[in-house]
Design a protein around this ligand. Structure first.
Ligand SMILES: Nc1ncnc2c1ncn2[C@@H]1O[C@H](COP(=O)(O)OP(=O)(O)OP(=O)(O)O)[C@@H](O)[C@H]1O
Ligand SMILES: [Mg+2]
Length: 721
């Protein structure tokens, strides 16, 4: 299995609409909310203006009426005094007093009506009889104003009476005169500011303020907070009304009570007087915030909910994407494994036939060599045998890959093997390559075929050597890993991960996917067969694990073997039984079962050379009927496992075991068989194809019971010299 570099990163095209939704779910409401807030502000201001306008209507109407009636009382007084000289007035004071008192009493806003002569002395008053004649108002502002020019109705500032704390303003007009235009004195009407203030008090709501103001900003009446008699600040209106003299709005902090207000003003027609209505801006701001918070309280949870949903959807989609990527990776890995499996079956089949051929060539060459007398023939035959050996190692690698190799798994402890492995590898590498091992002391045991494992490490080391053209490092590491499905390796359980890492040229991504395939090589013709990594992969799979490769160009390559953990104790290393010297097996009657006639010939030759007598059968059913018939003597059965027909060599061996027990030994020959492992597990002796006469003799020696002195003795093996 290769670690195909599938990118787990989510595709942008898939996520941007969801991200957009998430962002819009926040930005959209924020924009709407801002717009709404702005609108609220506008609406509150408009409402405030409207309220101010309504108040101004009332104030203006009230002020106009009040001032006009005062003006009328001046006219009426003029009517009463018409044609009377100052002396005549003094003479008829009592009568006149009553008449103007009546006028005064009809109007609640008026405190007094007084008449003055041209020098500013009082002639008659609506409040006292007789009038205090010493009173002289010739210095007062309103008297001067009337005297200097015919100003019509004049409104004075607020002043206090000489006698007590009585505050008022005076509305004055000239006395009628004959001839017209001559200054004849004034009629002054004392107006009470309280009259206005009281009216304003009834109108106000909250901290509204209403006022009657002169053009220059001097207050005549105000509610609230007009403390008469103090030196009053002027209304801010004075500055504003110069630009828009008839009506308008302004916002200012009042110097009277330090409150900020939005104020509307309007001129009272015919008088140099304004009415003012103000609403405290804090009240407007409070209203604004009340609306703002209400809308926020309703809107925010909804917005957050929508945003949360969008984010949730995004996360789900991302997880889905990751899951898809993971599945794609697993599928790719599975496909790769299936491909390798298919190739394995194909190569296994080829190797099987090839093994038979090699056996025939090798066997024939060996026999010829024994009869060859001249040196040249012997050399030629040796060359044939060398080529066969090379062929044998090739088929062995192929069979490893296709997992058709019979493997003899043993529980081993990697640590104890380390020194030997390192030595073995170092000898196959160049001097400028250092081998490092990183194997922890607590690494688990694993049950593997040691020779296949060594071959795998050797293949990896040779690949690493070829990849490191100059000096480099080869690191062999092992670690314990626990895997749980799902994972790209599709493995479950405890494993020992053995990795071989180099600092070589690395493998290009397009090459990486193919390196485990048999015959895949990037090396020149004659330099590599492309079977090294195939053997590595096949070995790891047969052991119950797998192999992965990852690589980065110019950095190096790591091949990792995942080998399943074994909890069994380490088995003693019983070195291969020594090969017996060739000795005759005289008188052993062998039944040879083999479908390939050439193989029959070669094997028969070997057996006869070893002194056996041979009967042949070309398939298992024939052998079975021969054994049943018991016509020939049979001391031992040597059978191929895979033969045409449904009844295999293994079936035959099982039948013999059942029928004869251990009295009739069986040897199973196999170059390729999925059942070879099962056969070995069942305790049968396996002879790996291609075999030579030595292998055959060893197998015979192992299975034939030692005979007595009678001459039918199989000699016990002894060490080859
Ligand atoms: N450690 C490595 N560094 C770089 N490339 C590697 C490495 N191991 C394998 N390869 C690449 O993988 C290909 C296949 O390797 P493999 O061992 O199966 O065959 P080979 O080495 O070419 O031939 P053989 O091992 O049969 O002599 C190599 O040809 C090489 O391109
Ligand atoms: Mg190789």
């Amino acid at each position: 299995m290769t670690q195909v570099p599938v990118s787990p990163r989510p595709k942008l095209a898939f996520f941007w609409p969801l991200r957009l939704v998430a962002v819009l779910s926040l930005v959209g409401p924020a924009l709407i909310f801002s717009y709404n807030t702005w609108q609220n502000r506008q609406a509150i201001d408009a409402q405030a203006n409207e309220r101010i306008e309504r108040a101004l209507d009332v104030l203006q109407e009230h002020a106009l009426k009040a001032l006009q009636t005062v003006e009328r009382s001046i006219s009426e007084t003029n009517e009463v005094l018409r044609g009377l000289s100052d002396e005549a007035i003094r003479a008829r004071e009592a009568d006149l007093f009553l008449r103007i008192k009546r006028t005064q009493q009809a109007l609640p806003q008026i405190e007094a009506i007084r008449v003055f002569d041209a020098a500013g002395h009082a002639l008659v008053s609506s409040t006292t009889l007789p009038v205090v004649r010493d009173i002289d108002i010739s210095d007062s502002v309103h008297f001067q104003a009337q005297k200097n020019a015919d100003v019509g109705t004049h409104v004075s500032d607020v002043v206090s009476s000489d006698v007590g704390a009585l505050w008022f303003f005076i509305v004055s007009g000239r006395r009628a005169s004959e001839p017209v235009g001559q200054f004849n004195g004034i009629i002054g009407v004392t107006v009470m500011p309280e009259h206005f203030a009281e009216f304003y008090r009834k109108l106000t709501r909250g901290r509204d303020s209403f006022a009657l103001v002169k053009t220059d900003g001097t207050y005549l009446a105000r509610f609230p907070d007009l403390r008469l008699g103090e030196s009053l600040p002027r209304s801010e209106l004075a500055g504003v009304s110069r630009q828009t003299p008839e009506a308008g709005f302004y916002t200012a902090v009042s110097q009277l009570d330090a409150l900020e207000r939005r104020v509307g003003y309007r001129r009272v027609p015919g008088f140099d007087v304004y009415v003012e209505a103000g609403i405290e801006t804090a009240a407007l701001t409070d209203e604004f915030w009340r609306r703002f918070l209400t809308e926020l309280a309703v809107g925010l949870p909804i917005v957050l909910l929508v945003f949360g949903l969008a984010v949730y959807a995004l996360r789900r989609a991302e997880r889905f994407q990751e899951e898809t990527a993971r599945r794609e990776m697993a599928e790719a890995a599975l496909k790769q494994a299936q491909r390798l499996e298919a190739i394995g079956q194909l190569t296994g089949g080829v190797a099987h036939d090839f093994n038979n051929l090699l056996m025939i060539v090798n066997g024939s060459a060996a026999r010829l060599k024994r009869y060859a007398t001249d040196e040249r023939s012997r050399v030629a035959l040796e060359a044939i045998q060398t080529a066969v050996k090379r062929g044998v190692s090739l088929t062995r690698q192929l069979l490893s890959f296709s997992r058709r190799q019979t493997h003899e798994a043993k529980v081993i402890d990697l640590k104890s093997r380390l020194a030997a492995i390192q030595e073995m590898l170092q000898s196959s590498l160049r001097g400028d390559i250092t081998v490092e091992t990183q194997i922890p002391h607590d690494v688990w045991h694993t049950k593997i075929d040691l020779s296949e494992f060594e071959l795998a490490l050797l293949n990896l080391a040779v690949n690493a050597r070829d990849a490191m053209t100059s000096a480099g490092r080869l690191i062999i590491a092992a670690r314990n890993v626990v895997l749980a499905k799902p994972n790209p390796l599709e493995l479950d359980g405890e494993f020992v991960a053995v990795s071989v890492q180099d600092t070589g040229e690395g493998i290009a991504p397009d090459v990486l996917a193919h390196v485990f395939e048999p015959f895949f090589t990037t090396k020149e013709v004659g330099k590599g067969t492309g079977l090294g990594l195939s053997q590595v992969y096949g070995f790891a799979r047969q052991a119950g694990g797998t192999a992965t490769v990852s690589s980065e160009l110019e950095k190096g390559t790591i091949v990792t073997l995942y080998l399943p953990r074994s909890t069994e104790p380490v088995e003693e290393d019983i070195s291969a039984a020594p090969r017996g010297a060739r000795a005759s097996q005289r008188d052993v009657a062998v039944l040879l079962v083999e479908d390939n006639l050439d193989v029959v010939k070669v094997t028969q030759g070997f057996l006869e050379d070893l002194g056996c007598t041979v009967t042949t059968a070309h398939d298992a059913p024939t052998a079975l009927s021969m054994l049943r018939a018991r016509r020939e003597r049979v001391d031992l059965v040597l059978t191929d496992i895979v033969m045409p027909g449904s009844f295999s060599g293994l079936d035959l061996a099982r039948w013999i075991k059942q029928e004869y027990g251990n009295t009739l030994p069986v040897i199973l020959a196999s170059g390729y068989s999925e059942n070879a492992q099962a056969a070995a597990n069942e305790g049968f002796t396996i002879l790996r194809k291609p075999y030579d006469i030595m292998d055959l003799q060893e197998a015979l020696t192992n299975v034939m019971p030692a005979r007595s002195e009678t001459g039918r003795v199989v000699p016990l093996p002894h060490r080859a010299t």
